[in-house]
Design a protein around this ligand. Sequence first.
Ligand code: G5P
Ligand code: MG
Length: 216
Amino acid sequence: MYTKIFRAVIIGAPGSGKGTISTLICKNHGCVHISTGDILRQNIMKNTDLGKKAKQYIAEGQLVPDSIVTKTTLARITEVGNRSYILDGFPRNIAQAEALAAREQIDAVITLDIPHDVIIDRVRNRWIHAPSGRVYNIGFQDPKVPGRDDVTGEPLTQREDDKPEVVAKRLQLYDELMNPVIAWYEKKGLVANFKGKQTKEIWPRMELYLNDRINA
Ligand code: G5P
Ligand code: MG
């Protein structure tokens, strides 16, 4: 458990394992996982106003407009209150990074550096339980019953934006928009980069870093 509040951002390409690693961090250290992608997908499922606005952008691999996402994310951070959190999927550009900095003091920025060919393979095998955001992967993190969520038994689905042509667009957009964001956080001395091909290879290094960072 954290002995003080720890607010971190996790950055990585689509399919790099942000959701998987955030879940591990929160399970082991008791923080709240805030995933903007999960929030948007849950709103699409419930057909809310936000979901209706976001649906087409996500399906095409485009960013949902800043005005919508920033308001939603900051509202979620307010709900989380005085607790440690990992912010996954936000910020997505400099404007969002500035909006976050104006509101929150971020303690660390964790970046995941996974080769694109590894990512393309993973995304092909990804299945999700959209209502909860739980993620599975055939051959890596199989559900106990094929095609079913471990907790609810509900059917798993594939993401609309995991089609190969949309993944290619998302990867390109990531490089274009996120390299400047990472450089922006590097200037502030906040970035810890984790390079590798597998989550199990990255995780022990991440644990060492987190323990150091949290007890510093
Ligand atoms: P999201 O939802 O933020 P992305 O594209 O940033 O989407 P994504 O696809 O959710 O990121 P991830 O969370 O980095 O990927 O990866 P993951 O799900 O944990 O892992 C990928 C797969 O690999 C899983 O099946 C996992 O089980 C498996 N895996 C993990 N580790 C290993 C391993 O070691 N080995 C193997 N074999 N498999 C492994 O955003 C979606 C859309 O929402 C909008 C945008 O339209 C965006 O495109 N959006 C925003 N728009 C504007 N501003 C924002 N801030 C927005 N946030 C979201
Ligand atoms: Mg994710």
